[in-house]
Design a protein around this ligand. Sequence first.
Ligand code: SF4
Length: 383
Amino acid sequence: MSQIESAFGIYIHWPFCAKKCPYCDFNSHVRDSIDHDQWLKAYLNELRYYANETSVNTVTSIFFGGGTPSLMKPVVIEAILEEIKRLWTCSESLEITAEANPSSSEIQLFEDFKQAGINRLSIGVQSFDDAVLGFLGRLHNSKEAEKAINAAAHTFDRFSFDLIYALPDQTPDQWRRQLSDALQMAGDHLSLYQLTIEPGTAFHKDRVAAANEDTGTELFEITQELMDQAGLPAYEISNHARPGEESRHNLVYWRGQAYLGIGPGAHGRLMGADFETEMIHNFREPEKWLELASTKDLGMQKRRALTAIERRDEIVLMSLRLTEGLSADHFHTLTGTDLADTLDQDRLQALEKVGFVSFGDGVLKATKEGRQRLNAVLSHLLV
Ligand code: SF4
């Protein structure tokens, strides 16, 4: 029997932002006007459609992501949450997160978001340095970032903020100072991402280069050192929390558990009989999804069962991001198969020998060194 409790998450995607950041490859768009009522109806249609087949699950987490969901009207958030609670049983410790940006108008709405039902806020701070915020194309400044954090700490029991590091020319000393300062304001969770230049972004087009690999590795090590000292160790490659304060919703993904994705570009994983797992992908383009979800109740583009190998690969790929790794018991609960039997023993042993993974006591883990080069480790392991 797995030690990991069963979980079922619902993700709601709001695809709009006030401005597109030059490094962003999320499904986010800028529009002059948005009909919030029409969007609400479409979200409710899609929720009702999936409730028919998933209402036996107890919802353990809800996540409003984007885009910038703090631009949603609080009444829309409230109506979505009321409908979820009407359609499903929700866990007593239901985690309801919304992502927010630190602009003044959004800060003023934090109390309304709380009244609407949000109980955890994740703020896109990215940096406390105005020059860096300008480089990243953010609309807020460092003062607003601090205000947003103070307001979140005052309003919500649980909050987190994101920072981006490994910027061009960022030195280890600078990052050490910036992260130490940030820790003075942190709650019990921080997300710390290295800048990556993704195809299709303005940074990619302009050939902006992130920090080189050696500097990136050094900055990553500084991050682990400072976060360990602060009592917020990494529980995932880029996510750090005081034990017990991890994002329950994101753990659903990394632990290969079931979730619904509602909204444009959202994806879901539903589990059926005989360990069958279906993947669902929605249309990405906001207006296309809106039209379908308004008229046909759902904006789904693709739905199919994963093969056993696809399912194994995604479970291993996601869970090796976690410090806790992947227990053979949990893998068996998800797939009905034996983890060791599904892996190539020669390849596994080669990775153990060089110290990139361990498989002791029935738990497969990437070591700290392994997590730093996880893509290479996975492509060697998953054949
Ligand atoms: S605010 Fe976030 S989602 Fe929106 S464009 Fe910037 S990085 Fe992307």
